[in-house]
Design a protein around this ligand. Structure first.
Ligand SMILES: NC(=O)c1ccc[n+]([C@@H]2O[C@H](COP(=O)([O-])OP(=O)(O)OC[C@H]3O[C@@H](n4cnc5c(N)ncnc54)[C@H](O)[C@@H]3O)[C@@H](O)[C@H]2O)c1
Length: 445
């Protein structure tokens, strides 16, 4: 079936979730784009937004409307071209309004999974639960006579497992968007051994049309992004536990977070990132990888203890950050957990101890934000890591040790055939995790 034909009836499952809502928006835009092509002018395009949550579906169209408006304002030249034959539109505002209405018109919100029984393509972004995913795929597949194709947004579960368990016979492809899909440029594409070649071709075309950066990953639990991130997190936890032989655990956690943010020039420290992603999500993905023999180290009593105590990080419905390794005020960490008592210790009070332990930070530290726009980024990084290498403070020593471990994790992914090459791992970390440089580098040489 031709690319456009496949897109005439599409369903997004979990459409009101964090990922589903973004995937829905992008897909609605792509459907509209196809619909506006001359040869498709009078064709019907339908996009079912399926979610079990009535409440969440209520807010969904508001989100789509606001995002479509933002997009149209930014890309007004492109939008005017798309509607060039609509002579009744004159002002930019007319074009923007028309575009927003057309995007929203394509979407049919519903709580009924039966809506997907007529679809040719189903994009799944329900919770990371293999049983749930298998059940939904099986139900749709056995009630849909179109032999539909499926995309899954799973972050960790091997595609061949879902394909086999749901009896999809190669009609499944991993299309792994990053959060939030409307903004993040990266999409990992995961073909299983069963995946039909024409589906893989279609998925590539679809993601290209969304103007995303594609990195192929082998069908190995965790793929490239989490394959690296989970190991990086374990390295952070292991380091904190090692430092805890000399300093209290809250101080050790704050120290490792400072090193991974300020010394390694990253947007946030490794423990703050775990809070952002969700400690329970990190724990779950590690378990999926660990259970499949990907890496025996991917297990942490500390994470288990926090989750068991109900400390899971993640966000409240207003977007504010929940308690995790840190407690937050206005989005900034203000206290750090003591996992022995589950009480939080004030970071202000601790920070001088952290600084004393790390020793004097060398001159010439580069800042993550300013690096992103710098034209001499590579030189600045090289100078900075050279300085750390030749500095004898505890902070510099720990930073270089961590940098090496992060590199090892990248090389492991290439060695295991998860990533085709080091460049792909670097692209994933730089585009999916906003790192200023890739982990496969020679900064410590
Ligand atoms: N959040 C991330 O950073 C991120 C990044 C990449 C991939 N992912 C993956 O994307 C998927 C979704 O994650 P999320 O963070 O958007 O989760 P989420 O909890 O925000 O959204 C899941 C949505 O699925 C809905 N849902 C649950 N059961 C359903 C059912 N039976 N039928 C229809 N809808 C149902 C829920 O109501 C919810 O709206 C997961 O597989 C996750 O691993 C998440």
């Amino acid at each position: 079936m031709h690319y456009t034909e496949k897109l005439k009836n599409v369903s997004v499952l979990g459409a009101a979730g964090k990922m589903g809502s973004g995937i829905l928006l992008l897909t609605a835009q792509e459907l509209l784009h196809q619909k506006l092509q001359h040869e498709n002018k009078n064709q019907q395009f339908v996009l079912n937004a399926i979610d079990v949550s009535h409440n969440a579906l209520d807010g969904l169209l508001k989100y789509v409307r606001a995002q479509a408006q933002k997009f149209a304002e930014k890309k007004i030249v492109q939008i005017r071209k798309m509607y060039a034959d609509q002579k009744q539109l004159h002002e930019n505002a007319d074009f923007i309004q028309k575009y927003v209405e057309d995007v929203v018109d394509i979407i049919k919100p519903t709580t009924r999974i039966e809506a997907a029984y007529d679809s040719n393509l189903i994009l799944e972004a329900v919770s990371e639960n293999p049983d749930l995913k298998n059940k939904i795929f099986r139900q749709i597949s056995s009630n849909n006579n179109n032999n539909p194709w499926f995309f899954t947004n799973t972050s960790s579960i091997p595609i061949h497992e879902i394909d086999t368990n749901a009896n999809l016979n190669g009609r499944l492809m991993g299309v792994h968007f990053y959060n939030p899909p409307a903004v993040q440029k990266l999409v990992e594409l995961i073909k299983s051994e069963q995946t039909l070649p024409e589906l893989a071709e279609f998925a590539t075309q679809y993601v290209k049309n969304l103007k995303k950066i594609i990195v192929p990953s082998a069908d190995v639990a965790g793929f490239i992004g989490n394959g690296h991130y989970m190991r990086d997190t374990i390295n952070g936890i292991d380091l904190a536990i090692k430092l805890n032989l000399k300093i209290p655990l809250p101080q050790a956690i704050a120290t490792v977070d400072t090193i991974t943010r300020d010394y390694l020039v990253r947007p946030m420290g490794i423990f703050q990132l775990a809070d952002y992603v969700g400690i329970d999500v990190v724990q779950y993905i590690m378990k999926v990888m660990h259970d499949r023999g990907i890496d025996d180290n991917l297990q942490s009593d500390l994470l288990d203890k926090l989750v068991e105590s109900g400390i899971k990080g993640g966000q409240n419905s207003d977007g504010s950050q929940k308690d995790g390794f840190f407690r937050y005020e206005k989005g900034r960490p203000v206290a750090v957990i003591n996992p022995e008592t589950m009480q939080y210790a004030n970071l202000n009070t601790l920070s001088s101890k952290v600084d004393t332990y790390l020793g004097e930070k060398p001159e010439g530290a580069v800042k993550w934000k300013s690096l992103l726009k710098a034209t001499d980024k590579e030189d600045q990084l090289r100078n900075w890591f050279n300085t750390l290498k030749n500095d004898s403070s505890k902070g510099s020593e720990l930073a270089m040790e961590y940098l090496q471990k992060s590199k090892n994790a990248a090389l492991q992914l290439v060695k295991d055939g998860v990533a085709a090459n080091e460049e792909d791992v670097n692209t994933v970390l730089m585009t999916g995790f906003f790192h200023a440089y890739g982990p496969a580098n020679d900064f410590m040489n």
